[in-house]
Every structure is written in structure tokens, then in C-alpha cells.
Design a protein around this ligand. Structure first.
Ligand SMILES: [Zn+2]
Length: 248
């Protein structure tokens, strides 16, 4: 059966209940940008921290390109602001600042397998992966329409292949519901599609998303090309379930 819409995914996925979540073990959350963690799996993060599962969150890009023309928030200020917002969002979800790593690679230019800098990115990510003794990873879907999300997956994939740990890998969806072309969707043999019931975590998730003030409001109002999460996009993340694909 072809799963196309977000509703299809929710309807035809298997429930990953609290007992199974409790078995994920030490879980590394991987986010390309400061907001993907809250949008893609914020409810799951909150449920995991409530279950006392050790969590570490790693941000791959520096977030500096959401408002590239702003004079009020030049690159270094924007990076600092977005990190502050990420720390706040994650504290709402039960993650302490000491459990967050910012790799600070250039936003919009994350290296993929064919571009320079890929090996260096893999080495940096691999260190986080092994230092944390990772047992499960939650990272972006490999064919998410955003190229930084795809590059992030490639960095994760290469590091997991190279490491000696046995790791369960789950992937979350951010831009699939908005912009996917048919080839971006998961095929039936690509993994198990799970849904996590996040009804009891919805308030925290919403607050965490809103903590990314620079991405959800007109705080930075001097860049006409600046990025903002529209109400339509945000509606995709205000659901009772989060979908995670577990790789086979
Ligand atoms: Zn992103």
C-alpha cells in the first residue's frame, strides 16, 4: 500500500508504546537545524525524558542562514540566538544543557557524500556517537526534501556504518508533508513505520516549538527573505502522533 499523506502514515503505522520507548536505551537525537528536534520528535523526546532514558541532542548546522540579510541579527548573533532558543526548547522537553552538542557546520551548506568536508563532518559526529555510547538514534528521514536534512542523514549513516556499536536507527519527517515528490516517500521495504502517541506531551511540544522565537515569529523583521514557520507548516506538527521510521 502506498502511504502518501500524513494521515495515511498515522493510520497504517504500528504503535510504539511506552514499554517499547523504554527499551530504546541511550538515545541520540540528531537535528540539522535548531527547531527540527522539537518539530520532528519533540513529543517523543519529552516522553523519553519522562521515562528517564538518557538523551543527548546534537545539532549539525549553525542555523546562520535562516535570515541571511538581517542587519539586526548578523550571522554570529543569529547563531547565538538560535542556540539559546534550542537550549530553552530542550529544557522544556526535559533535556539539560550539558546533554546538547552544537557541531556548528555552515547552515544550508552541510556536506553530503559528494562534497568537500564530508569526512570531517563524519569524524566530528562519530565522536559524539561513541562518547555517548549510543544505543538508538533518532535522525531526519533520509529523503526529506530539505538538502541539509539529507546531508545530515548521510553523515549519520556513514558514522553508524563505521562504528562498532549496535544501534537502532529511527528517522523523523519534517518537510515530507509539505514538499515531497513521490520518490521521497518511504517504500514498503525500507523499514517499520511506527507512531508514538504524544497526546500527553503536546503542550510541552508546542511550547518547545514556540521557544524557537526567531523561526516562529517576526522577531527578525529586517530580512524579507527570512524564514518563518507558517501556520500551515506548524499544523503538521500539532498532531497526536509522531511518526518514526525504523530502518531494517
Ligand atoms: Zn531543518
Amino acid at each position: 500500500m502506498d502511504l502518501i499523506s500524513q494521515d495515511d502514515f498515522i493510520r497504517h503505522s504500528r504503535l510504539l508504546g511506552p514499554d517499547q520507548l523504554g527499551m530504546l536505551g541511550r538515545t541520540l537525537i540528531v537535528a540539522p537545524h535548531q527547531d527540527d528536534e522539537s518539530l520532528g520528535c519533540g513529543g517523543t523526546i519529552y516522553l523519553l525524558t519522562q521515562l528517564k532514558i538518557p538523551i543527548h541532542v546534537v545539532f549539525i548546522s549553525d542555523g546562520s542562514m535562516s535570515h541571511p540579510n538581517s542587519k539586526k541579527f548578523p550571522s554570529d548573533m543569529l547563531v547565538a540566538l538560535r542556540e539559546e532558543e534550542a537550549v530553552k526548547a530542550l529544557s522544556i522537553l526535559g533535556v539539560e544543557q550539558k546533554d546538547i552538542t552544537f557541531l556548528r557546520l555552515k547552515d544550508s551548506l552541510l556536506p553530503c557524500t559528494e562534497t568537500p568536508g564530508f569526512d570531517t563532518a563524519v569524524v566530528a559526529f562519530s565522536k559524539v556517537l561513541s562518547d555517548f555510547n549510543t544505543e538508538s538514534i533518532i535522525c531526519p528521514w533520509q529523503r526529506d526534501p530539505h538538502k541539509d536534512h539529507r546531508a545530515t542523514w548521510q553523515i549519520v549513516d556513514e558514522a553508524v556504518k563505521k562504528c562498532t556499536l549496535s544501534i537502532r536507527q529511527f528517522e523523523y519527517f519534517v518537510w515530507l508533508w509539505e514538499r515531497a515528490s513521490p520518490g521521497d516517500l518511504p517504500a514498503a521495504n525500507e523499514g517499520v513505520i511506527w507512531k508514538v502517541n504524544i497526546e500527553m506531551a503536546k503542550d510541552q511540544k508546542k511550547k518547545a516549538v514556540q521557544a524557537h522565537v526567531s523561526q516562529t515569529t517576526l522577531l527578525i523583521d529586517d530580512d524579507p527573505e527570512g524564514f518563518i514557520l507558517s501556520a500551515e507548516v506548524l499544523a503538521h506538527f500539532n498532531t497526536d502522533y509522531e511518526i518514526l521510521l525504523e530502518r531494517k
